[in-house]
Design a protein around this ligand. Structure first.
Ligand code: SIN
Length: 471
């Protein structure tokens, strides 16, 4: 690395204390990381799936062995509660375990040809050096969800860690190296002020063959544009605005559990958090009262305090956005039932868990992703009406349906314009399950049997003159 590295301070979102300083990589540093990944790819691509599987398994075991330290890092830099952080480490490790199992089982095809003289065979090959850009809301799990399948496929990676929360990524990458992954196979870039510069180098480099990004739709569009010059393969997991539909025949208790899990996980800072909660009018008041009762029991505070149920938001800009959305909704007629304000006594990044009622489509909360602890309740009357309302969004990542009528569940699920649906559950995260969206939530699938193919290209071999008479 050249000697001009600037250092960025990393604050603890709960206290504002500086917990570390990280290098702000620039153009030259990023190019050096790409070169290292390209050099490593020459040999790493020739390893067998079984060899990569063993390395991934060792990495998985190392993450589990260091789970508590990683959880502490997550809480320090992201603010989520230590219990949530512990859960995230297990979730992060599960992707490494999953792809250790997928690595040796990625088969090509033997395809009957249309020409009787030909035989067709396909090979799944690693796409090449991959650029990965990950978000701060899951500093461990979003890194492993991208790096593990890339390595399983035989690719090497240059991964831009989240500027606000880079420490967990560095620790996880170090564990990978200690587990035997060769130098150069995993390269972590840290940058905050230089994020745009790093993004431009990754998207315009002809050496990078694939870019996988998790973040906002606005940045996804920019990266897509920048990637067009080299016709890079892309996977984009972008913004959500999840509709959460509660029908009058739902089990109310499980709908409440579902909304608490989906809406308030990570203090509302996940892409699949419920954003618009549509409740059928006949049960609207009952649902509201139950939810408010649950939210009243939440305790916000420092994530290391074991009595804390919900931590701070990542920074004051996130708080300001939530606050502005609530004020906009109030101005247009919505009513805050609980919360609705900053919790300044705890620090500038804390916001009270909020339930707001009588929402309508004109309000910003309806069209913008909130990314905060605000449960916005919209009443509806009929199935057709709610499907129409739910599909109004330009994005389509997750959605949720609560009903005991299996016919209704299928009818509605088939009409919702989203990539993932939780049916009678608010927790859909699982390494076995394909994760991805439709519309302006992007494309490509992470996790599951599809995750590895996002990092592969299919090469077709057509053998001619194969008729027995020619032998
Ligand atoms: C995200 O917020 O993008 C990821 C959420 C999850 O995997 O559960």
């Amino acid at each position: 690395m050249h000697p001009r590295l600037e250092l960025t301070s990393i604050p603890d979102p709960a206290t504002g204390n500086i917990i570390a300083k990280c290098p702000d990589f620039d153009i030259l540093d990023t190019k050096a990381a790409i070169e290292a990944a390209a050099k490593s790819f020459e040999s790493f691509r020739t390893t067998t799936g079984r060899e990569r599987s063993k390395l991934l398994r060792k990495w998985y075991e190392a993450i589990i062995a260091h789970a508590e330290d990683l959880a502490i890092l997550i809480t320090l830099e992201n603010g989520k509660t230590i219990n949530e952080a512990r859960g995230e480490v297990q979730y992060a490790a599960s992707f490494v375990e999953w792809f250790s199992e997928e690595a040796p089982r990625s088969y090509g095809d033997v395809i009957p040809s249309s020409n009787p003289l030909n035989r067709i065979v396909t090979l799944n090959e690693p796409v090449g050096v991959c650029g990965l850009i990950t978000p701060w809301n899951f500093p461990a799990a979003m890194i492993t969800r991208k790096i593990a399948p890339a390595l399983a496929a035989g690719c090497t990676v240059v991964c831009k860690a989240p500027g606000e929360a880079p420490l967990t990524s560095l620790a996880i990458a170090e564990l990978a190296h200690q587990s035997g992954f060769p130098r150069g196979s995993i390269n972590i870039i840290t940058a905050l002020d230089n994020t745009a510069i790093v993004g431009e180098v990754l998207t315009t480099s002809p050496v990078i063959k694939k870019l996988s990004f998790t973040g906002s739709t606005a940045i996804g569009k920019l990266l897509m544009k920048q990637s067009s010059g080299t016709v890079k393969q892309l996977s984009l997991e972008l913004s959500g605005n999840a509709p959460f539909l509660v029908f009058e025949d739902a089990n109310l208790d499980s709908a409440i559990e579902g909304i608490v899990a989906s809406k308030f996980r990570g203090s509302g800072q996940t892409c699949i958090c419920a954003n618009r909660i549509y409740v059928q009018r006949s049960i609207y008041q009952m649902f509201l009262d139950e939810l408010v009762g649950r939210v009243r029991k939440f305790k916000i505070g420092n994530g290391f305090d074991v009595s804390t149920t919900h931590g701070p938001l990542i920074h004051d800009r996130a708080v300001a956005k939530v606050e502005a959305q609530i004020r906009d909704a109030e101005a247009l007629g919505a009513k805050v039932v609980i919360g609705g304000k900053r919790a300044l006594e705890l620090g500038p990044n804390f916001f009270q868990p909020t339930v707001i009622r009588d929402m309508t489509s004109e309000m910003k909360l309806s069209s913008e992703e909130t990314f905060g602890p605000v449960a916005a309740l919209f009443p509806f009357d009929s199935e057709d009406e709610v499907v129409h309302l739910a599909s109004q969004s330009e994005v389509g990542l997750a959605g949720y349906i609560f009903s005991r009528d299996v016919h209704r569940i299928f009818r509605v699920a088939e009409r919702l314009e989203v990539g993932m649906i939780g049916v009678n559950t608010g927790m859909i995260s699982d390494p076995a399950s394909p994760f991805g969206g439709v519309k302006e939530s992007g494309f490509g699938w992470e996790g599951s049997k599809h995750g590895i193919s996002e990092f592969q290209v299919v090469k077709t071999l057509t053998f001619g003159g194969m008729a027995t008479s020619h032998l």
